[in-house]
Design a protein around this ligand. Structure first.
Ligand SMILES: CC(C)(COP(=O)(O)OP(=O)(O)OC[C@H]1O[C@@H](n2cnc3c(N)ncnc32)[C@H](O)[C@@H]1OP(=O)(O)O)[C@@H](O)C(=O)NCCC(=O)NCCS
Length: 173
């Protein structure tokens, strides 16, 4: 587990999500995708991404196998984390595990301990659900994220390779 964070801002409150949060969470998740796109040339976001994210979050909300925790400055959402419980192929143990779906803190509120508190809440929820293992996908180019997750004890585990096939008019290397 990571070392104790500094003191997070006292005026920020934390709560589980509700259905009314979904449009704003989709907007923030779109910002998260744009951020990843800005540091990772492989990651490209499709037109209409915000609507797709809204649908995805609504699906998660209705399954009951998912949770999101939200950090608010008064009414404004300044950060959130979403996670779900996934069933894995029967050949693999454990049969179910936790998957952190999205984690995002708006730029002005970063590096003040908000992400740490959100992550702790998410991990506590997984533990309450009887989940023993948790996964998260993060880009190797996202160095802040690598440091953040690895401080909690997450370790790089599988490698997802990426290769762009040469176009018809491009020379093969
Ligand atoms: C990754 C992310 C969610 C972390 O949220 P955060 O609120 O900034 O996280 P914390 O403040 O708890 O911790 C971040 C760092 O600030 C430090 N910190 C915490 N409180 C601090 C304070 N009061 N003063 C100075 N530093 C502080 C932490 O020790 C930590 O250090 P590190 O950079 O060495 O890891 C956030 O940076 C983010 O949204 N990034 C862009 C999107 C993204 O990459 N999301 C993850 C996708 S997998």
């Amino acid at each position: 587990m990571r070392k104790e964070a500094h003191h997070p801002p006292e005026n920020v409150s934390y709560r589980p999500w509700n259905r009314r949060d979904i449009p704003e969470l989709a907007r923030l998740a779109r910002e998260l995708y744009a951020y990843i796109e800005s540091i990772d040339p492989v990651w490209r976001t499709s037109p209409g991404a915000e609507e797709h994210l809204r649908v995805h979050l609504t699906d998660l909300f209705t399954t009951r196998h998912a949770m999101s925790y939200i950090a608010c400055d008064r009414e404004e959402i300044v950060g959130f984390i979403t996670g779900s419980i996934t069933q894995r192929p029967p050949v693999i143990l454990p049969h179910r595990d936790g998957l952190v779906d999205n984690a995002y803190v708006t730029p002005r509120w970063r590096k003040q301990g908000i992400g740490t508190l959100l992550c702790r809440m998410m991990l506590a929820w997984f533990a309450e659900q009887g989940v023993e293992e948790v996964r998260i996908h993060y880009q190797v180019s996202n160095q802040d994220a690598c440091r953040f997750w690895e401080r909690f004890g997450f370790r790089p585990w599988t490698i997802q390779g990426h290769f762009r096939l040469p176009g018809k008019n491009e020379p093969e290397t």
